[in-house]
Design a protein around this ligand. Structure first.
Ligand code: TA6
Length: 278
């Protein structure tokens, strides 16, 4: 089940009802598809899969911080996605596969923070991210499951679920309330929406329902043309084929853990019929 590609080890999941590929680095799921359904995740064709570099696509785990390191030292989007996680759980039934990975911070000011990420693969995809504070002090963390979805053509993608939500525009820092029932994409979008109601993504290649627990923020991101040119492992026209909808605890939804406390965030992605399906 374990393979290696250009120095990175990954687990190939083969099941009559689904297929998946998860890299040990970052416990990063890069491919998931339920039988008879379209691929659920997108990875850039420019991705080299090199050790120590964040993989551009699938579901990067931004943890224990989202965005810049609050201490101003570490990499953007945390340590987890470039570190090797340990597989500690692997179970298979006639209808599902469950895999669990864990990672523990042993040094720095966040020593004692640990994470477990459990994948439940079936006719849908569920991720559960558990953050433990095993230190003697209270610790603040932020996180995001930075999911890249294949939309075929971003100009035809629609995202519902934002209406009425407060959001921070990360490009301008403006705080606003969303008035649109459906978001359309015709420029760079980088927003943190607050609230926890479901989202529905509909696009030429994937329609999805997104429900979460333990998350009070969702990041919606498409880099569009200018930013695409500045991104690593990202082709100039990749923005046309992807959209990130990231279940998070970030921004004003960052979390504080007392010693011994844990926080659970879960997200479930379930297929919706494609608009042109019979
Ligand atoms: O989630 C949106 C975002 O924070 C964007 O601002 C952009 O930086 C993106 O993440 C990708 O970040 P990365 O470090 O993976 O290139």
């Amino acid at each position: 089940m374990a393979h290696t590609a250009s120095g990175l080890r990954y687990f190939e999941v083969q099941h009559p009802l689904l297929s998946a590929r998860i890299f040990e680095q970052g416990a990063q799921l890069v491919q998931f598809q339920s039988v008879g359904k379209p691929p659920m995740l997108w990875v850039s064709e420019a991705e080299p899969f090199k050790p120590g570099a964040a993989i551009r696509g699938g579901i990067p785990v931004c943890w224990p911080w989202f965005g810049p390191d609050p201490q101003g030292i570490g990499p953007a989007h945390g340590l987890a996605r470039t570190q090797t996680w340990q597989l500690y759980l692997a179970q298979q039934t006639d209808s599902s596969v469950c895999l669990g990975f864990r990672f523990q911070i042993t040094e720095s000011s966040m020593a004692g923070l640990g994470a477990e990420l459990v994948f439940e693969l079936s006719d849908r995809l569920r991720l559960t991210l558990i953050t433990h504070n095993r230190s003697e002090k209270r610790l603040t963390f932020s996180s995001a499951l930075h999911s890249y979805f294949p939309v075929g053509d971003i100009r035809q993608a629609l995202l519902s679920g934002a209406a009425g939500r407060q959001y921070t525009d990360s490009l301008s820092s403006a705080q606003s309330t969303e008035s649109e029932q459906q978001l359309v994409f015709d420029q760079e979008v980088d927003r943190i929406y607050y609230g926890s109601s479901p989202w529905q993504l509909c696009s030429p290649t994937l329609c999805l329902n997104i429900e979460s627990e333990g998350s009070g923020s969702t990041v919606v991101w498409n880099p569009w043309i200018e930013k695409s040119a500045r991104l690593s492992h990202f082709n100039p026209d990749d923005y046309l084929r992807m959209l990130c909808v990231e279940t998070a605890n970030c921004g004003a939804d960052s979390r504080l853990l007392e010693p011994g406390q844990q926080h659970v965030m879960a997200v479930e992605y379930s297929y919706l019929p494609l608009a042109n399906s019979p």
